[in-house]
Design a binder for this molecule. Structure first.
Ligand code: ADP
Ligand code: ASP
Ligand code: MG
Length: 406
């Protein structure tokens, strides 16, 4: 007998028919003699709709209230699934994140899980029940409800799997695994049988939303073996696990795009010690997540500094930077939201040379201009005009021989 954590995303529980399908799947796992903890997202587009509703009454809603609102979505799906399982004669109980013992920090709308006390979950498993937990939410130290950022139910599932020492964490979604690129953008993308934690972590942080990146961090840290698979058919998915030797034979495992980026450029910044420190200190204090940073060669004691931020933080970045311009004696700043970040990822980059050359050549042959570059041991990212994002994905997918014949 094993313990499975099974997570189903929004499209897997979009309506009553989907809920029945999920109930059957969970029921079958239980009938095979296993214990099952289910983690659910809100039904279909519920979270998007709740966000839109909040904006109708207040363009900048309070974040604590936002979490109170968003957490309701998952409460609907867990109770509905429990009812569907009861109708099949199964014993099941639904729980909110707080009831399942999930403790978070106080960063409303992007909280981090700080710990899990799974006592109540374990008690119910012992009674032979299927336990169904709301994804995406937990309780702060001040007993407020907090949510974990978009896609956060993945993280709830992996964190629960780690806390319960589950045998496997299965992430059921609307694609049948992790692909070499988002199959909705690159039709020739192919499904991967396995992928290393580090590669998945890079892909997820660089825009492949099939898993929330924090869920992969948890999986790697606690050695949780993850499987990503479809909830619509019964077939094996992709296993995310520790790297094995022959994984380095493939240079690029996948390509990712992040269209939610913006570029800030500060012109004619005096080139002297302390200016960059001051700038990035203030941005950090304003809770702006700075990613790629490029500083031009200094000319006449002045330089331009560009950096990227998540698009939804660009207004916060603007208030901070505009407020600093005079103090640091810079000429001005521009804010560009028409950019995208395209990345190639693979542990094979460690042992192969000429990867950057191949990437830049493929882009330049297709007249796609590279505006910024950043690299790590296993990834190369470039910033380009957003209008070319999908084309760049295709081009790189082909250049690194990832295309599958259909
Ligand atoms: P869920 O609601 O089940 O959490 P998501 O929409 O968050 O599902 O994630 C699944 C989607 O991720 C897919 O429909 C696909 O378009 C997208 N995606 C992006 N990159 C990849 C990739 N490399 N492999 C598979 N899917 C990807
Ligand atoms: N319902 C939340 C969202 O849409 C959490 C999740 O689906 O993982 O982001
Ligand atoms: Mg998701």
């Amino acid at each position: 007998m094993a313990l499975f954590v099974q997570k189903f995303g929004g499209s897997s529980v979009a309506d009553a028919a989907c809920v029945h399908r999920v109930a059957q799947r969970v029921y079958d796992t239980k009938q095979e003699g296993h214990d099952v903890v289910v983690v659910l997202s809100a039904m279909g587009k519920t979270t998007d709709n709740l966000i839109a509703l909040s904006r109708e009454v207040n363009p900048q809603p309070d974040e604590r209230e936002m979490d109170m609102l968003l957490a309701t979505g998952e409460q609907v799906s867990v109770s509905i699934l429990a009812m569907a399982l009861h109708a099949m004669g199964a014993e099941a109980i639904s729980m909110t994140g707080p009831q399942a013992g999930i403790a978070t920090d106080s960063a409303h709308t992007k909280a981090k899980i700080m710990g899990i006390n799974p006592e109540r979950v374990v008690e119910n498993l012992k009674k032979g029940r299927i336990v169904i937990v709301c994804g995406f939410q937990g309780l702060t130290p001040t007993a407020d409800i907090a949510t974990l950022g978009r896609g956060g139910s993945d993280t709830t599932a992996v964190a629960l799997a780690a806390a319960l020492k589950a045998d496997r964490c299965q992430i059921f979604t609307d694609v049948d695994g992790v692909y070499t690129a988002d199959p909705r953008i690159v039709p020739a993308a192919g499904k991967l049988d396995t992928i290393a934690y580090d590669e998945m972590l890079e892909l997820a942080s660089l825009g492949a939303k099939v898993l929330q990146s924090r869920s992969v961090e948890f999986a790697k840290k606690y050695g949780v073996e993850l499987e990503v698979l479809t909830s619509f058919e019964r077939r094996p998915g992709t296993i995310v696990k520790e790297e094995v030797e022959d994984m380095e034979n493939v240079i690029v495992r996948g390509v990712a795009v992040d269209k939610n980026q913006a570029k800030v450029t500060i012109q004619h910044v005096p080139d002297r010690p302390g200016v960059a420190a001051k700038l990035f200190q203030e941005l950090a204090a304003a809770n702006v997540n700075v990613d790629m940073i490029v500083q031009n060669v200094s000319e006449k004691g002045q330089t331009d500094i560009s950096f990227t931020v998540p698009r939804d933080e660009v207004n916060r970045a603007r208030s901070t930077v505009d407020g600093l311009l005079e103090g640091i004696a810079a000429a001005g700043a521009t804010y560009d939201v028409d950019i995208a970040k395209v990345s190639i990822v693979g542990v094979g980059m460690r042992s192969h040379s000429g990867v950057a050359y191949r990437m830049f050549e493929a882009l330049s042959t297709n007249k796609i201009n590279v505006e910024m570059i950043s690299t790590s041991e296993i990834k190369i990212s470039v910033v380009i005009r957003s209008a070319f994002a999908d084309q760049a994905m295709q081009v790189l997918h082909t250049a690194f021989e990832l295309d599958q014949e259909s």
